[in-house]
Design a protein around this ligand. Sequence first.
Ligand code: SF4
Length: 219
Amino acid sequence: MLLTRNLDMFDPVDAAVGRQETREGQLEAVAGFIRECVLCPLCRNRRHAVPGEGDACARLMIVGEGPGENEDAQGRPFVGRAGELLDKILESTEFPRPSVFITNIVKCRAADAVDGRMQNRAPMAPEVAACRPYLVRQVEIIQPRVILCLGSPAGKSVIDPGFSITDQRGEWFDGPFGSRIIATFHPAFILRRGGAGSGARDLKKLVWEDMKAIKRYLD
Ligand code: SF4
């Protein structure tokens, strides 16, 4: 189980969470630490940390890879084109966005300067490890029934380092607090595959099947 507590240095976070009476207050306490966090190098280039947002009692928690340019600018998860596609997927499977909680495995944008422009990159293992205790605490507070990982990095961080999105998407895994974990393709990956004839339609169909499986489980 990768979503386990492991850092005493998060005692101040836990103390702040413990002073809150509601789940909303507890999540906001964690978010406050995230916004000020300097635990990994991703803090250096961020405009805004992106703690996550949604229903503090969500049955479905969605975990993506990390903030991109739009998310970094707004401090909110999944607000660019990938976010629009995620919203469509959620609406088509009767999970309105306000009913779920959406976050990422790292809360700050992973990007490097290339020719004077910041280019997104995958978060590195030490960055993911540094940020994981925040995700663990968000899961502890929300206690979702299902955790949906979007994309391979989220699957590797939450399910197993050897997780393969190609071979294991749509499979169910045991999660913390009796939850179940499942992974599907990241909306940004579908968008990168482009239009008709590129395979994007097949990917969307698989994502839709995974979302339907989640719906059936929760119903
Ligand atoms: S990515 Fe996570 S660990 Fe790194 S600075 Fe941001 S909040 Fe802190």
